[in-house]
Structures are given as structure tokens and as C-alpha cells.
Write a protein that binds this ligand. Structure first.
Ligand code: NAD
Length: 511
């Protein structure tokens, strides 16, 4: 199903500039800029913006580094007060931010609103955390002693973010880093400069209102070369980088070479196992959202369906029927479920992956066609595809950032788990079953080897309360809830002797 008219670029510009003004961004100063922002809705340019120069990058890092001196000694609950105010502003401007996200990324409105909701949720979480940065006291082996650990702010955090979650990922990092006492320097995706300007303006307003150090957050617009400067600068204590595996392979070793810390949140290649006992109606709905939602452009998008041979035909028939009902088009239209791909390269990658799947013996059961190209020749709308594969061939072991669901059948539960695990990425996995033994096996040590393992729910759409991230080539990083905050702090182990004696550890005698 394809809804009718797309918004025009002029209409999108109008909506975006109204939202930006409401968030406190004035684009007038950038009128001469050669660099710009585009919308995937029409494939046309929105507004010019100016990337940071080398000098501006160095100065921004220096300002954040200086701010650390003040921020680390500010009591954590007071740091939480900044995040509380920021969260209030995000509530107030939820639809403004969602408008800019939809315009720059092409996410449908409800998903864009959901992404801003994640920002609000992580602010709430971080405010609570600002009074709970607990260390432990451990049993000591020596009389008259106390053994404990304390957590201290780490330093400046460099956040490098990807195009597909242009606000949530930054906020997961920034809300936690700020309450942990760390200033943030943010290098957003080159695809989403306007979204970042709006976010930074709201945070700057919160900073000014609560009287926090003005330089506690810095925004640096630009391409990968800006990210590279953050990666190499020794004043950046932690680089939190979200993006492709290829990016992580470059960033990880460079940060390690200077003994900096890294959180890597990289590509996924997520699978769902559908067992003979699964509720097929529920599984179908979950699979369709996870595979076709966000036009297949989530790191947690479902890309591999591993379905028991006894239910494969029924499940695939249900999915094909649901895919025929997906309305593809303008993400600002409330009836749309699938917006555009981010650009031409994503479309070409999708075509090439479908070609390779066919060459490997796959059958495209539905989808793969381009849509709306007559109306918007520079935009890339596609019909999400399902391909039945004879085996897990090379094309299935890579992440193609587009809505292609590869389906294969299995016979034993052990085989299904092995199939799930035999790719290099390890982000998210799901099992659909009513058999508790199968569910437990899937979550056990010998089960799915991913950072996120779900039962009777799709691979995408995590809540902020849990730690988010994946294993293997997904990078091993964890962000957001649970105890992910520890990566943003340094731990000191303290031994205090309050006795007049000097007993040595392990019973050592000396002097
Ligand atoms: P990308 O790797 O092209 O770019 C991501 C960011 O890294 C951008 O800001 C880019 O400018 C920067 N960058 C690229 N090379 C760099 C380098 N050598 N040094 C420093 N910075 C560099 O990714 P993308 O196309 O924007 O996003 C899609 C990818 O991100 C997918 O692979 C997706 O799975 C992944 N992703 C992962 C998560 C996660 O949490 N695991 C979340 C969102 C997206």
C-alpha cells in the first residue's frame, strides 16, 4: 500500500524551521555555509549548516576539559538537577524534536516521538541515579581496617553517534555522563546536523537555567574527520562511538593505542527463532515490526528468521500478507508505517544484497521494489522484502542496513541456536515459543550469544532500564540503564587502617 502525496521540501523546511526556532536554534548565521542538511523524504536539501574547523574542535575539547575541573566536584544530586531541567525541556519540546528527526532521518512520526520519549526516560533514570552512584564496602582480612570502593568522575566523554538514532543514543550517553560528573563533546552523524542543533540548544538552556558550567556540553558538527580528532585527543577520557562495524574497527584500536576508554555500539545482524509451539499470530506481528519498522534501519532490526520447518509455510504466508498491508510513504503522514531509506547508497546496498541472495539460491517471496520514485526521484522508498534462503550464505552474515528479512528453516532447537550464533555480530536475538525449556535454553550460557536475548517479543525496541549493547563485532559496549553508568566513572579501591598495628595482606612478615 502506498499513501498518496509526499510533503514538499518547502513544507518540510517550514515545519523544521518552526521547530528549530521553538527549541532556540537560529539558522540565519549559517546562511553562507556550503555544508548542509538533507531530507530523505524528498531527497532534497533543507538548510545549510557550518561544520566545525580544526581550531574550533581543539577549543571545544579544551573548554570541556576545563569544565571537568568544576563539574567533577559538583555534588552528584546537583548534577542531577541539570538533567532534571533538561528532561522537562525535552517533555515541552517533544513534538518539535520529533519533527526534526522525521525530517532528517525519515522515521515515521510515532517512532520519532518514541525516540524523544527515550530521551525523557533516560533523564528520569539519570536523575535517580545521581543519588545512587554507590560503591561497596567489602569484608577485609585485616583487623582494624576498612576496605571499600568509591566511584569518581572519569573525564570528558566524546560521543560519536549514528544517523538512525540521532537523539536517543546521544541522550543515553549524555544524561548518564553528566550525572557521573563528565562533560560531553558530541559529534553527531553528518546526516543529522539540525536534530543535533535542536538538542544542544535545549541542553544549553537547561545548563544556563540551573547555573551549571556553560562548557559542560559541546557540539561539533562535521564528518568522520571530526570524529577522528575526538578519537585521538588524550583529553577525551572515554569515546562512546555508535555506528558500523567498519567504524568501530578503526576507532577501537586508535583509542586503545593511547589507553583511552571506549564504548563501542556497532552493527547488528539479529535473528528470531520461531519454534513449533510459538503463538504464530503474535510472532507474525512481532516479526513484521522488527523487520520492516524504521524501514529496516535499526541496529536491532530483525534480519534473519530461523523458523521450524513445520510452521515455516504458515508463518511466511502470514508475514507476506501483513507486508502487503504496509503503507509506505511520507513519514509525516499518520497512516504511514514505512518511511524512506536514508539515501541512494542504502538503496544500492539493498539491491545488491537481494541480487546476492538470489544468486545463492534464495527466493524473494515479497518486496524489494522501489516506490514513489516518479514523485520523488531523489528519495528512496522501498517495499520491504522477505527472501526464503536455502542456507545461511555469506550475504546473510553481513548487516545490510535496509528492510530485507532472510528466512531459513531448522529441525532441532540446538541447530536453531547454532544458526543464531554463527554470524560475527552479537546484538539482539529472540525466540518465539510456549515451551519453557526452549525459552530457558535460548537464554542460557549455551544459548544465544547476544547482548539482548528476548522471549516472545521482537529483536528491536529495547527499554532504557536495561543495559543496551552487544557482543562480538557489535563491540561489547553497554549504554543506558542497569549499571552501564560504571563505564563513565573511575573506581578507586580504598583500604583504611584505623588500628595502631600494621598487619600486611596475605600474612606477609616484614620489619
Ligand atoms: P557510520 O559508521 O557510517 O557512522 C557513525 C558515526 O561514526 C558518524 O558520526 C560518522 O561520522 C562517524 N565515523 C565514521 N568513521 C569514523 C572514524 N574513522 N572515526 C571517527 N568517527 C567516525 O554509521 P551510520 O551509517 O551513521 O549508522 C548505521 C550503523 O550504525 C549500522 O551499522 C547500525 O547497526 C549501527 N548502529 C548501532 C547501534 C548500537 O547501539 N549497536 C545503534 C545505532 C546504529
Amino acid at each position: 500500500m502506498t499513501p498518496t502525496e509526499l510533503s514538499t521540501t518547502a513544507q518540510i523546511r517550514e515545519r523544521v524551521s518552526k521547530s528549530l526556532r521553538s527549541c532556540g536554534v537560529d539558522l540565519a548565521a549559517d546562511a553562507e555555509a556550503t555544508w548542509g542538511s538533507w531530507t530523505p523524504i524528498t531527497g532534497e536539501r533543507l538548510f545549510p549548516v557550518t561544520p566545525a574547523t580544526d581550531t574550533e574542535i581543539t577549543m571545544a575539547i579544551a573548554r570541556a576539559y576545563d569544565a571537568f575541573g568544576v563539574w567533577r566536584s559538583t555534588p552528584a544530586p546537583q548534577r542531577g538537577a541539570l538533567v532534571r531541567r533538561w528532561g522537562d525541556l525535552l517533555r515541552e519540546h517533544k513534538s518539535d524534536l520529533a519533527t526534526v528527526v522525521t525530517a532528517e532521518v525519515g522515521k515515521i512520526s510515532s517512532e520519532a516521538q518514541g525516540e524523544v520519549q527515550e530521551m525523557i526516560d533516560i533523564c528520569d533514570f539519570a536523575v535517580g541515579l545521581s543519588r545512587q552512584l554507590y560503591g561497596r564496602t567489602m569484608a577485609t582480612e585485616r583487623p582494624g581496617h576498612r576496605l571499600m570502593e568509591t566511584w569518581h568522575p572519569l573525564g570528558v566523554v566524546g560521543v560519536i553517534s549514528a544517523f538512525n538514532f540521532p537523539v536517543a543514543v546521544w541522550s543515553w550517553n549524555t544524561a548518564i555522563a553528566l550525572v557521573c560528573g563528565d562533560p560531553v563533546v558530541w559529534k553527531p552523524s553528518e546526516t543529522t546536523p539540525l536534530t543535533s542543533l535542536a538538542c544542544a540548544a535545549l541542553l544549553a538552556r537547561a545548563v544556563a537555567e540551573v547555573g551549571a558550567p556553560a562548557d559542560v556540553h559541546q557540539l561539533l558538527l562535521g564528518g568522520r574527520e571530526v570524529g577522528e580528532q575526538l578519537v585521538d585527543d588524550p583529553r577525551i577520557a572515554l569515546v562512546s562511538a555508535t555506528g558500523s562495524v567498519a567504524m568501530g574497527q578503526r576507532v577501537g584500536p586508535r583509542v586503545a593505542a593511547r589507553f583511552g576508554r571506549c564504548i563501542l555500539e556497532l552493527g547488528g545482524n539479529n535473528a528470531a527463532v520461531v519454534t513449533p509451539s510459538a503463538d504464530l499470530d503474535l510472532a507474525t506481528r512481532a516479526v513484521v515490526f522488527a523487520a520492516a519498522g524504521t524501514a529496516g534501519q535499526r541496529c536491532t532490526t530483525l534480519r534473519r528468521l530461523i523458523v521450524h520447518e513445520s510452521v515455516a509455510d504458515d508463518l511466511l504466508a502470514g508475514i507476506t500478507e501483513a507486508y502487503a498491508e504496509l503503507s509506505i510513504g511520507d513519514p509525516f503522514d499518520a497512516a504511514t508505517l514505512v518511511g524512506p531509506l536514508i539515501g541512494a547508497r542504502a538503496y544500492e546496498a539493498m539491491l545488491s544484497a537481494l541480487e546476492r541472495a538470489r544468486a545463492d539460491g534464495g527466493t524473494v517471496i515479497t518486496g524489494g521494489q522501489r516506490r514513489l520514485h516518479r514523485q520523488a526521484p531523489d528519495a528512496y522508498y522501498v517495499q520491504p522484502a522477505v527472501v526464503r534462503m536455502p542456507d545461511q550464505t555469506a550475504v546473510m552474515r553481513e548487516e545490510t542496513f535496509a528492510p530485507i528479512l532472510h528466512a531459513l528453516t531448522y529441525r532441532t532447537h540446538a541447530e536453531a541456536i547454532a544458526r543464531n550464533n554463527e554470524v560475527t555480530q552479537g546484538l539482539s536475538a529472540s525466540v518465539f515459543t510456549r515451551d519453557q525449556r526452549e525459552a530457558e535454553e535460548f537464554m542460557a550460557a549455551e544459548g544465544a550469544d547476544c547482548g539482548i536475548v528476548n522471549v516472545n517479543i521482537g529483536t528491536s525496541g529495547a527499554e532504557i532500564g536495561g543495559a543496551f549493547g552487544g557482543e562480538k563485532h557489535t563491540g561489547g559496549g553497554r549504554e543506558s540503564g542497569s549499571d552501564a553508568w560504571r563505564a563513565y566513572m573511575r573506581r578507586a579501591t580504598n583500604t583504611v587502617n584505623y588500628s595502631p598495628e600494621l598487619p600486611l595482606a596475605q600474612g606477609v612478615s616484614f620489619l
